[in-house]
Design a protein around this ligand. Structure first.
Ligand code: SAH
Length: 600
């Protein structure tokens, strides 16, 4: 988890914030000149997975975060500290570090940490969140057991573990029946809690396209036959060729553990230890056994197989007990093509923020990564210039192929005149025709949609997209000029509202004028045209012109041009900050003609 950010809302709280930041090695993030911006900022930090210490009233922080609360397992710790320093409240992520952080700050300020999670404040341990290599089989029963313990119910624990030591005095500790037995905490009035140590790794292999049900069924039967429990498995391991195999990932999700992969050469090193080596497997994938080899490779050189390979029609599995030098394979890489919206962070989806937060590396046009501000902090980034689109996508795919989580940052929507399609093209090409490596092809690809410039433009100025519309890019780099002209002739004839993307470039300035002249033959000279530049960015500019007055010099590369249909209209507002300089423009839903005009 990254370092916490200490955020202040009011100047008076700055010395306190600096004291906290100094003591815990964090930084003071914003000096809170603008209240709304600070609230948005706290939301952005949260979505980027960053721990936050807000020197501000809890209510303010709760309001800032309320729209984004969803998943308690992945949220970062959030602590609020009163401006006087007299109270420290871990608001969210108590068990993910907020309680600890709050206790530390309270200690520093000589005040009180308001720890409210039942388990650790009184019991000294959270029964529903055992440490790293332990698994609670029935987390749904932990609440009742905790409450009963707090009420003084009688309880016994069979087996012992360091992390349960705080229960001494409340619970009678019995010896475990055998070394492999689970820890069982029996609290009167509640279901027994069963904790298992995740001491095993599961190696799996399968035929291409094996059904997830078959894989899961085979594994569960094998475990049951051997008297082992699913909760004892720490990870699912296979060969890298299987890193895109749905059944392997479905199994890992089912067991709620990570999946990791080794290359064939590494698995082949395990040949001497395999119990059932196979020449056929060697010919197919380059090692003599996938399931056993993978389990042994991950479990370590002093590990042992406890379940040799078993096989169903299409799946194999083997189980090894982890030794002292267990090693993790590579995770499957991930490439997310994220549309970060036109500019401001409030126009970014929570999914995109989450993917950015998870990414190891950001790849994109430098300006777009810069726009992310806080969300890009602390990430490896690789900037590419305009024009280097293919290199950018290839690089992103190959980095994902090496097991990284890469976010390919696009403005607006990543699938609209952006990198989404180019990534698909590269995957669609054979390697000798400029495609990408097999490893890159096996990475997980996620397209995360965003708000495109046309939506932002229409919304800022009213509702110009209220009826049928189309989008045309005027970039003639990849599209022949005649095709572009044919498209705007067709759109003009069909009376679509049109969004022109890439309206000009440094060397290409005439197409927009050509479009205007063609359109003028089909719609009125006073048809509203919206020139929207730098939407959602500090120098945003919105201008409405009559179609006949559209001048290319008013337009640059950071402008999207929306031309109304013959039905589009203007409404003026008394408020000069409404719409584009006091004018709203919209296209009515029904495609009736302009009512007043026609009646007159
Ligand atoms: N994927 C982007 C489009 C990229 S093409 C999207 O969905 O919005 C680049 C063109 O998009 C620019 O030439 C401009 O026409 C438009 N554009 C992108 N961001 C913009 C913004 N913030 N303001 C105005 N136009 C923008």
């Amino acid at each position: 988890m990254s370092d916490p950010a200490v955020v202040v809302l009011r100047q008076v709280a700055l010395p306190l914030a600096e004291k906290i930041a100094g003591a815990i090695g964090a930084r003071v993030d914003l000096r809170g000149r603008d209240f709304d911006k600070t609230l948005t900022h706290i939301g952005d930090l949260f979505l980027a997975g960053q721990p936050v210490i807000a020197v501000a009233a809890s209510g303010i922080v709760i309001r800032a975060l309320a729209p984004f609360l969803s998943d308690k397992w992945s949220e970062p710790p959030i602590v609020s500290v009163s401006e006087s320093g007299s109270a420290v409240v871990p608001l969210l992520g108590g068990h993910r570090g907020a309680n600890r952080l709050a206790a530390r700050i309270a200690d520093l300020l000589d005040s009180t940490a308001a720890i409210t999670t039942a388990g650790d404040s009184v019991l000294g341990v959270a029964l529903d969140e055992p440490p790293g290599d332990w698994h609670l089989e029935n987390p749904e029963d932990a609440g009742l057991a905790t409450a009963a313990l707090l009420d003084g119910a009688r309880a016994r624990l069979s087996g012992s573990a360091e992390w349960l030591a705080p229960l001494k005095g409340r619970v009678i500790f019995d010896p475990a029946p055998d070394a492999d037995a689970p820890l069982v905490l029996r609290v009167e009035g509640a279901e027994p809690l069963i904790y298992r140590r995740q001491s095993f790794v599961l190696g799996v292999g399968c035929a291409r396209g094996c059904s997830p049900d078959e894989m899961i069924g085979h594994v569960m039967r094998t475990l049951a036959d051997a008297g082992r429990a699913a909760g004892e498995i720490a990870e699912v391991i296979s060969i890298d060729l299987k890193s895109d195999e749905a059944a392997v990932h479905a199994l890992a999700r089912y067991l709620n553990v990570p999946a990791a992969f080794f290359p064939a050469e590494r698995l082949e090193e395990e040949k001497p230890r395999l119990l059932s080596p196979s020449e056929t497997v060697f010919r197919e994938v380059g090692c003599h056994g996938v399931a056993e080899g993978a389990a042994l490779a991950a479990a370590g050189s002093d590990a042992t197989l406890v379940i040799p390979k078993t096989k169903s029609a299409n799946a194999t599995c083997a189980l090894a007990r982890r030794g002292g030098n267990a090693s993790m394979g590579l995770s499957r890489g991930q490439l997310s093509i994220v549309g970060v919206g036109p500019g401001q962070s409030a126009w970014r989806t929570p999914e995109v923020s989450r993917l950015l937060g998870m990414a190891d590396e950001l790849v994109g046009y430098g300006l777009y990564i810069d726009l992310l501000g806080q969300a890009a902090r602390g990430k490896i980034r690789r900037d590419f210039a305009l024009g280097e689109e293919e290199d950018r996508c290839r690089y992103a795919l190959e980095r994902a192929g090496e097991g990284r989580r890469v976010a390919l940052v696009c403005s607006g929507d990543g699938g609209i005149f952006a990198m989404g399609a180019l990534v698909m093209e590269l995957l669609d090409r054979p390697i000798d025709a400029g495609g990408v490596s097999d490893a890159a092809r096996r990475s997980e690809i996620i397209h995360a949609p965003g708000i495109s410039a046309l939506q932002a433009a229409s919304a800022r100025a009213g509702a110009l997209l209220g009826h049928d519309f189309c989008a045309i890019s005027l970039s003639d780099l990849l599209t022949p000029r005649e095709t572009i002209v044919r498209r705007f002739k067709a759109a003009a004839e069909a009376d679509f509202v049109i969004a022109f993307y890439n309206p000009v470039s440094r060397r290409r300035r005439t197409l927009l004028t050509e479009a205007r002249d063609i359109l003028l033959a089909h719609r009125p000279a006073d048809t509203p045209v919206l020139l929207a530049s730098n939407l959602g960015r500090p120098d945003e500019r919105l201008v409405v012109r009559d179609l006949a007055d559209l001048q290319v010099d008013e337009v640059d590369m950071l402008t999207v041009v929306l031309v109304g249909s013959s039905a589009s209209r203007r409404v003026s507002s008394g408020d000069m900050s409404a719409g584009a300089g006091g004018t709203w423009i919209y296209t009515p839903r029904g495609y009736a003609r302009k009512i007043d005009g026609d009646l007159a």
